[in-house]
Design a protein around this ligand. Structure first.
Ligand code: IPD
Length: 274
């Protein structure tokens, strides 16, 4: 019996979810290889803008189609939602894909981008895979069974002092400049070091593995965060109620942070944790 089918027949973890995670890991890896083969060289952006500074490359569509077809063949009854194609199928178990998260980086031949595939059971995130092939990193998480980076267990950072903290804020044209400036100002007033790296999924994964102490984004979508949510939960990070507050069906605000700094950050940027 192969390791895959062995996992599918185990009673703990939940076999239906565990075998899907294994399948997702293989499919995301193949998708990441496809993205690498199409990756533009360093230079001016290779792509077009869906809206101001909101980039789309040929690879976004190719990778999403590749993952959609593979998941349909493997799990025909599962729902599927993609950044580019919207909700293609409904189902109790629902895959949510961001084919390239960090497209603005990808389009310029930069390395900070990833393929992100999350699994929801109803409204609950239960598994996730994020592969960043140009960084040589794969994050995986399974509800109740931990979060991992390249197979090693990860957890949120222990930093409690804002003056030693590094906090990222995501930027997009969806947020009015005064709002962005007010929040980044609040982060800097705490004495924290600000960052903005262009991939919401990888920033949230950074919170899960302790490379960042917090991440906020005022307007972000389910496909950007679906794979990262189980990672954050399993790594012991605190996350604002993104799904409850509209993230399941439309754009919403997210705050994720290590548990020692989450409260201070939440108050400073006025993004409640509950
Ligand atoms: C974007 C990135 C970016 C975030 C934006 C997202 P995309 O996703 O995650 O970091 O700030 O809100 O739209 O367009 O590269 O898939």
């Amino acid at each position: 019996m192969s390791a895959f089918w062995e996992l599918c027949s185990m009673s703990s973890p939940d076999p239906a979810i565990a075998c899907r995670l294994e399948a997702a890991r293989a499919v995301v890896h193949d998708a990441a290889c496809l993205a690498m083969s199409m990756r533009p060289p360093p230079g001016g952006p290779a792509g077009k803008q869906k809206a101001a500074q909101d980039w789309l490359t040929e690879t976004d569509g190719a990778v999403e189609t590749f993952i959609a077809e593979r998941m349909k063949a493997l799990f025909p009854d599962d729902g599927f939602q993609g950044e580019e194609g919207g909700v293609a199928r409904a189902g109790q178990l629902r895959w949510v894909v961001d084919p390239i998260d960090g497209t603005s980086n990808y389009a310029r031949g930069r390395s900070r981008w990833c393929v992100s595939l999350g699994l929801l059971d109803g409204d609950e995130p239960v598994a996730g895979v994020i592969e960043a092939p140009a960084l040589g990193e794969v994050y995986t998480a399974l509800r109740g069974h931990g979060a991992f980076l390249n197979g090693k267990r990860i957890q949120a950072s222990p930093v409690a002092d804002p003056a030693s903290a590094m906090i990222e804020m995501g930027w997009s044209n969806r947020v009015p400049k005064p709002v962005f400036m007010e929040k980044i100002d609040a982060i800097m007033d705490l004495g924290a070091m600000p960052r903005s790296g262009g991939s919401g999924a990888l920033a949230l994964a950074d919170v899960a593995c302790g490379r960042l102490d917090g991440y906020i984004e005022i307007v972000i979508n389910l496909w950007d965060v679906a794979a990262a949510l189980p990672l954050l939960a399993e790594a012991g990070a605190y996350v604002s109620p993104f799904l409850r507050d509209g993230g399941l069906t439309g754009p919403a605000t997210i705050l994720a942070a290590n548990p020692h700094i989450a409260d201070v950050l939440s108050k400073a940027v006025s993004i409640p944790l509950e």
